[in-house]
Ligand binder design. Structure first.
Ligand code: NAP
Ligand code: F7E
Length: 333
């Protein structure tokens, strides 16, 4: 007798993490369902890698009824809530819509889960942005001090998840993930903005790169490593919250230097600091302490910062050359 596969529903499946998580869950033998909004079409490109192997359901974190329907249709054993307005600067220009999706959207999804499939396990995409101004290293016991409307909204979602676990016994986990990147990262985030600019400058398509605060420090890991941690959290005997981080920090300037070195260039020749890109309040220094994840989940990152930046620059060199119909030259030429 063959047992039916486990089913997972991923919200935010068209995002960076959604596409890697879908791949990981398919590799583990899951039937993967993804929530997409009517306007998701431009982002569907990231799902080319899993095309034909996942089931897409329309829905929106702003619409409770659509979440109920998505849960009824997919009947998931596990729900991964990755959907959010996730770009920090937009949270200042659109604080209310950010809160509607990133905070209240989670309340809507948890309520739908409670009524439709209370036995399903739930993962919430929490973030190091909740630590904000707190001194490093940050762990599960570090008090939150958010520095953006995004961080504030994520704290609501985090506590809604913890409260559901404590009120209703839901198997709900919150992953406090530090920054993680990849060639599938949105082009507005600093790593991808830099690696694309390096590629375009090297190909002669762009001359300079405008950046904001280059002193900020981030603990940057690879999305591929981080989605594995999300899944591991939902495979434990008891639900808990976990910091996921590499424990290594770099400044934005070090990121820029690493990326320009990939094409043997000096960043000083190309980078322009633009005060318009500074944020109203900054998160200065993040370094995660992932001891709990290491000890309880057996999780450790496999991909180094330098290898990740090299992968991103190589990817952008190839894709920018393709878009501009240029031959791909080795970085040193
Ligand atoms: P991302 O690339 O920005 O993806 C966000 C996803 O949310 C997209 O699929 C987007 O769909 C979807 N979405 C936005 N509004 C929605 C709505 N109203 N209803 C349904 N879906 C909606 O983000 P990511 O980098 O993969 O991150 C995944 C999650 O982890 C996010 O919650 C983010 O806040 C959190 N997080 C990220 C990091 C990181 O470093 N990447 C670190 C900690 C936490 P469309 O684009 O198709 O509309
Ligand atoms: O900025 C500085 C900027 O936008 C990183 C999201 O996934 O990770 C991400 O949030 C740093 C900041 O990511 C530019 O001031 C300088 O200090 O890549 P970012 P983020 O704000 O850390 C967390 C964990 C999340 O949860 C979020 O969803 O880089 N920086 N110059 C710049 N940043 C950008 N975007 N653009 C610049 O020109």
């Amino acid at each position: 007798m063959t047992s039916e596969p486990k089913r997972a529903l991923i919200t935010g499946i068209t995002g960076q993490d959604g596409s890697y998580l879908a791949e990981w869950l398919l590799d583990q033998g899951y039937e993967v369902h993804g929530l997409v909004s009517r306007t998701s079409r431009p982002a569907l490109g990231r799902l080319a890698v899993v095309e034909g192997r996942i089931v897409l359901t329309t829905g929106d974190l702003l619409d409770q009824g659509s979440l109920v329907r998505a849960l009824e249709t997919s009947r998931p054993h596990e729900v991964y809530n990755l959907a959010a307005q996730s770009f920090v600067p937009t949270s200042w220009s659109e604080p209310v819509s950010t809160a509607e999706v990133t905070a209240l959207g989670v309340a809507r999804l948890l309520e739908a889960l409670r009524h439709v499939c209370p036995e399903a396990r739930f993962y919430q995409a929490s973030t190091s942005e909740m630590f904000g101004k707190a001194s490093p290293p940050q762990s599960e016991t570090t008090p939150f001090h958010p520095r953006s409307p995004y961080g504030v909204a994520k704290i609501y979602a985090h506590w809604a998840t913890v409260n559901h676990r404590e009120s209703y016994g839901t198997f709900a986990c919150s992953g406090l993930l530090f920054n993680h990147e990849s060639p599938r990262r949105g082009e507005e985030f600093v790593t991808r903005k830099v690696t694309r600019a390096v590629a375009r400058i090297h190909l002669g398509l762009q001359s300079d790169l405008r950046l904001g605060n280059m002193d900020a420090r981030r603990d940057w890991g690879h999305a591929k490593d981080f989605v594995r941690a999300m899944w591991l959290m939902l495979q434990q005997d008891e639900p808990r919250d976990y910091v996921i981080a590499t424990g290594v920090t770099h400044t934005v300037e070090q990121l820029v230097d690493t990326a320009f070195r990939c094409v043997d260039r000096d960043w000083h020749d190309h980078v322009v600091q633009d005060p318009a890109l500074l944020r109203p309040a900054e998160v200065d220094h993040l370094v995660g302490d992932a001891t709990r994840a290491r000890e309880e989940l057996g999780w450790a990152p496999k991909i180094t910062f330098a290898d990740m930046i090299r992968e991103m620059v190589d990817y952008d060199l190839a894709s920018c050359a393709r878009d501009a119909q240029l031959p791909v030259l080795p970085p040193t030429l």
